[in-house]
Design a binder for this molecule. Structure first.
Ligand code: M6R
Length: 627
């Protein structure tokens, strides 16, 4: 999703801005742009192509400068087009927006301004000219209108009028060595220059954008406005106690962050998604490494007291992370015997619910920056549920900073938009949480603990055996590539796995796919089953196997073609209309972690056969930082 980079320096910062955008590219975007202060004017280049094309453009246009901002845009308001791409310039009364001479404010923005219509009308009435359909352009004009020789002051006054979520970076033609940033609801970091004798400072929506430039990072907090100049910075907060106007100066700690460069090598793989599927044995192994025995303290200091106090669990997440939570509900209720509800974050925050103070609120997120999940977490806290825990893949993310307890998965940077290794490592973390809660609640004997830990240790080997099924899955994928619809079935804790399989297929191959608990078929979806409908089924050898087999007969009786991932001793055999891939042997409760892998491979190879952009599927972004 959208990305921001900004810099004030005494060297040409365009290469730093472009490199920063490249590091944020994997998140998904549809246009990009850069603006600098050059020869007393604002200069910019924008493109609806890739950042590499922007790089060529800035070189051709000789765009260079010591102060500047850059952006990757994922369209919300207004189509992906050059005139909607950021940076936006102000066009004040009397300035001709369409001539070569631009206005004096340049601005980039992540987030959504909810009162943009109202502000646009007011600014139009004052003579401001709009050249885009974006909500962002109103901020540039608003700052211009409030500007009285001090950009920091103008930004502070402007942000008081904004409703919605934003992270912005702004500079002004009349103040050549200054960039101002502000955040409310969207992440923004300040990078402190580290070059010898450095006077430079940076802004970015993610520390990763600044890898190789500085590792000295300040995570700005909600309501912060930051003034970046040569050799100094100053932060004020709208939520500060020592109020000056409505802002007060605040100190924020500088952290040393080893940001990943994001420049992972593809190695022998065709796409990052394939690489990440094959990294799962390593990723799950790393996530569980060092776990010799189960203890609540794996989730942070004070976890024992929290786990002892709580009476229920509420899981909040989106997309694939939501399906990880949905799987964990089965574990938490059957093993730890704790009532658990799982909510789609974007729904939870807007519905009336009944809060219980003795709830453990668990957020699950790969990125740790998903706007809906962060907002749902804050909503739960505001309702009086203070016990918060996150299962997250990014230790420096907002989610980890917002939650009291955390378990960091060690999937490594996930580049493919379709989540794979993040999902299986989330499941590994959630299984550990289940065992820790079971232990504290007296539902885990030493023998059970030892058996579970042994099975978790075996997971990397078991995953490797599942990955060896790839050639068989490729044969199926060639057939799937010609379909336009697919049904996925599962039962019990494999129903969320069927949901995840369907999400993977639709996300990257654009085949319409739906998942159902197999017992639900006869209540409606069976009407869709014909010889043209492939029905993918996850068939572990569990207590629901015989029920599942009956459901499969219902499909066969209607001519539906079955594609079954079956455990060895299920006695489901290939025959006309039934294709079976035999799963390697595995340990019961951890079966979802293994059964999802062939579904990932099926989606991946089907998408390859259809020739889609696997790592960057249309319309989607990696980090969903807007509501
Ligand atoms: O970063 P998060 O885990 O919070 O992201 C949540 C969803 O946006 C994400 O899982 C999405 O559904 C995946 N792209 C699906 O593959």
């Amino acid at each position: 999703m959208c990305g921001i980079v900004g810099a004030v320096s005494q060297r040409n910062i365009v290469p730093i801005l472009i490199e920063g955008l490249k590091r944020l590219e994997y998140r998904g975007y549809d246009s990009c742009g850069v603006a600098v202060h050059q020869a007393g004017e604002l200069r910019r280049s924008r493109s609806t192509s890739r950042v590499a094309e922007l790089d060529t453009l800035v070189a051709a246009d000789r765009v260079e400068g010591f102060t500047g901002i850059a952006h990757t845009r994922w369209a919300t308001h207004g189509a992906p087009a050059v005139h909607n791409a950021h940076p936006h310039f102000s066009h004040g009364p009397g300035e001709d927006a369409y001539t070569a001479r631009p206005g004096r404010i340049a601005l980039v923005h992540n987030g959504i301004i909810e009162n943009h219509d109202e502000l646009r009308a007011e600014l139009r009435a004052k003579g401001y000219v709009f050249t885009s359909q974006t909500d962002t352009e109103v901020i540039a004009h608003l700052i211009d209108q409030l500007y009285d020789g001090d950009l920091f002051d103008a930004v502070k006054r402007a942000t008081l009028q904004l409703k919605g979520a934003y992270a912005i970076a702004v500079f002004c033609r009349d103040e050549p060595h200054r960039v101002v940033g502000a955040r409310e609801g969207s992440p923004l970091v300040l990078g402190v220059g580290t070059m010898e004798g450095a006077t430079e400072n940076f802004l970015a929506s993610d520390a990763m954008a600044l890898a190789g430039v500085t590792d000295q990072i300040i995570y700005l907090e909600e309501g912060d406005v930051v003034d970046l100049q040569l050799g100094k910075y100053w932060i004020e907060s709208a939520h500060g106690a020592e109020v000056r106007g409505r802002y007060a100066r605040v100190e924020r700690p500088v952290r040393t962050v080893q940001a990943h460069t994001g420049a992972a090598e593809l190695g022998p793989y065709r796409h990052y998604m394939q690489k990440e599927i094959f990294e799962q044995p390593r990723a799950v192994g790393d996530t569980l490494s060092g776990v010799e025995s189960i203890t609540p303290e794996l989730f942070g200091d004070g976890a024992y007291a929290v786990f002892k106090d709580i009476e229920q669990v509420l899981i909040l997440a989106c997309g694939t992370s939501y399906y990880a939570g949905s799987t964990a509900k089965y574990w938490l209720e059957s093993i730890a015997k704790i009532p658990t509800s799982v909510e789609i974050a974007s729904e939870y925050r807007y519905r009336d619910s009944v809060p219980h103070p003795k709830t453990l609120v668990v957020t699950i997120s790969q990125s740790g920056e998903t706007a809906d999940t962060i907002a749902a977490l804050k909503h739960a806290r505001a309702l009086g549920m203070p016990h918060t825990l996150t299962i997250c893949n990014v230790a420096t993310s907002a989610m980890v900073r917002e939650c009291k307890l955390a378990y960091i998965t060690h999937a490594g940077v996930e580049i493919g938009v379709a989540s794979t290794k993040a999902f299986t490592t989330q499941l590994a973390g959630l299984f550990l949480l289940t065992l820790a809660l079971a232990q504290v609640r007296g539902h885990l004997t030493d023998e059970q603990e030892a058996a579970h830990v042994k099975a978790m240790r075996h997971l990397p080997v078991a995953l490797q055996a599942v990955l060896a099924l790839e050639p068989q899955v490729i044969a199926w994928a060639e057939e799937f590539a010609r379909k336009e619809n697919a049904l996925f079935l599962g039962r019990g804790l494999h129903y969320p796995i069927a949901l995840e399989g369907a999400l993977k297929l639709k996300e990257i191959s654009y085949i319409h796919a739906e998942a159902y608990p197999a017992g639900e078929l006869k209540h409606g979806p069976l009407a869709l089953v014909t010889a043209a409908m492939p029905v993918v089924t996850v068939a572990p050898n569990d207590t629901l196997l015989e029920k599942l087999k009956s459901n499969l007969q219902e499909v066969r009786a209607r001519g539906g073609e079955l594609f079954v991932f079956a455990d060895a001793d299920t006695h489901i055999e290939s025959e006309p209309g039934i294709h079976v891939i035999r799963m390697p042997e595995h340990y019961g409760p951890l079966s979802p972690i293994l059964h999802v892998v062939p579904l990932q491979l099926l989606a991946y190879h089907t998408a390859c056969a259809r020739g889609t952009d696997v790592d960057k599927p249309r319309n989607l972004a990696k980090s969903v930082t807007v509501e």
